[in-house]
Design a protein around this ligand. Structure first.
Ligand SMILES: Cc1cc2nc3c(=O)[nH]c(=O)nc-3n(C[C@H](O)[C@H](O)[C@H](O)COP(=O)(O)OP(=O)(O)OC[C@H]3O[C@@H](n4cnc5c(N)ncnc54)[C@H](O)[C@@H]3O)c2cc1C
Length: 395
């Protein structure tokens, strides 16, 4: 048995003893207790640097742990944004103090984090954002609104991007900050979506005072900071590290078709084959990214391929489930049910960047096709007459 086999065997034994049978919709206290136990057992932050509280191990151990946890539902959803996006961003570009202050509590589930990028008028074109941070002495004062912020209702901290210089082109005048979500002037309002849950929220900033040591990366260097977060987000969602549930898997749908005596129907067989192929393509692509990670090759923009494949796989699963299960599909209830998967599926094609934006990135950064025309290139944000500035320009 290799060391890695032994690592996987120990992880499986720990998970069997501590995670088997936990409810899918565990409450926050149960989730936090589980996260602390996961950390204390050495399975949270497996690849994160040891000096900040991670385990300092390789992608191979991470993969062995993910394999061991494959058929389990871990109650770690509230921590997904912190672990998948905010933590890796702080490790890449945060100050020493920010890393020492936040990484360990994040890994132990003591701090919940959110990511505040999208605004009512700035989603795909997030660099058009209007939330502003203005210096008052050495303190930044933030005003504006964010929207679609996952987990903000529960969050203790969040990464915010705000405009700090409107006199330069839109990508150049943005800064990233750590925001304490309990600070005066931060108002979080849950938004109920069609799953029946309030997965995301809108956030209002009214004269929120932010200390200079809460800047992440360089002042006015927030665009490259945001790209760092988004690359981590796509890899985390796309490679399954974010553990997005897919109850409409090929195995589940093939079984449901057999129970209903449907596999003889050529149309159903066709659909099942489509689902099988989408699942295989997704698994093989991710196996390749994992192998490359072991060899020290980062996925970069190819995280967008994984994210797009997962969104398409989720939608294919939802279509197949509604065909095969018919009305039974919507009769199921609760987190992890087919009904919840059906209503969450379209969100997968939007959150973390839409399918169209993923295709643009893949065309541009992976395939080397010509870039989209950019009419706002080189124009100071204040003078723009497009995007969120169109209204300001009086149109
Ligand atoms: C489940 C979920 C969770 C989310 N969580 C967060 C979060 O935690 N934090 C956060 O900041 N945001 C979050 N979002 C917001 C998400 O990032 C945005 O919804 C997304 O970036 C799209 O922005 P938009 O909704 O403003 O749509 P728009 O940008 O207005 O897009 C509308 C349509 O136009 C298309 N389109 C736009 N531009 C182009 C283009 N250049 N080429 C081709 N087509 C284009 C889009 O693909 C889309 O179909 C979440 C969204 C969802 C669904």
């Amino acid at each position: 048995m290799t060391d890695l086999d032994e690592y996987g065997r120990r992880a499986r034994a720990w998970l069997e003893a501590n995670a088997r049978g936990l409810p899918r919709d565990a409450d926050l206290t149960t989730a936090k207790t589980f996260m602390a136990a996961l950390y204390d057992a050495g399975y949270s932050g497996i690849t994160w640097p040891a000096e900040y509280g991670g385990q300092g191990l390789s992608a191979a151990e991470e993969r062995a742990f993910q394999e061991a946890a494959r058929d389990l539902t871990l109650p770690i959803a509230p921590f997904g944004i912190g672990l998948g996006m905010c933590g890796p961003t702080l490790i890449s570009i945060g100050t020493e103090e920010q890393k020492r202050r936040h990484i360990r509590p994040m890994l132990r589930g003591e701090e919940i984090w959110c990511q505040m990028f999208s605004e009512p008028g700035a989603g795909s074109d997030v660099a058009s954002l209007q939330t502003r941070a203005v210096l008052d002495g050495d303190t930044w004062v933030v005003n504006g609104q964010k929207v679609w912020t996952s987990a903000a209702r529960l969050a203790d901290y969040g990464l915010l991007i705000a405009r700090t210089d409107p006199d330069v082109p839109k990508h150049q005048g943005i800064t990233m900050f750590v925001i304490d979500m309990h600070d005066p002037g931060v108002t979080v309002r849950p938004l109920r979506d069609m799953t029946g849950d309030a997965h995301f929220n809108e956030i209002f900033f009214d004269d929120v005072r932010v200390a200079p040591d809460q800047v992440v990366g360089e002042v006015n260097g927030g665009w490259s900071a945001a790209v760092t977060t988004l690359l981590h987000e796509r890899v985390s969602i796309g490679t399954g590290a974010a553990r997005i549930e897919r109850p409409a898997s090929y195995a589940a749908m093939a079984e449901a078709a057999r129970e209903r005596g449907l596999p003889a129907d050529p149309a159903v067989r066709d659909q099942l084959v489509d689902l099988y192929l989408a699942e295989r393509a997704f698994d093989l692509f991710n196996a390749r990214l994992a192998q490359e990670a072991r060899a020290g090759i980062q996925p970069g923009a190819r995280g967008s391929v994984a994210k797009l494949l997962l969104a398409e796989l989720t939608m294919t699963g939802a279509d197949v489930a509604s065909e095969i299960l018919g009305p039974d599909a919507v009769a199921s209830e609760g987190r992890g049910s087919i009904a919840a998967a059906l209503s969450f599926a379209p969100g997968m094609a939007l959150g973390g960047g839409t399918n169209e934006i993923m295709r643009n990135i893949i065309g541009d950064r992976v395939l080397g096709l010509p870039r989209e025309p950019q009419v706002d290139r080189g124009v100071p944000f204040r003078d723009l007459k497009v995007g969120t500035q169109e209204k300001e320009a009086g149109r």
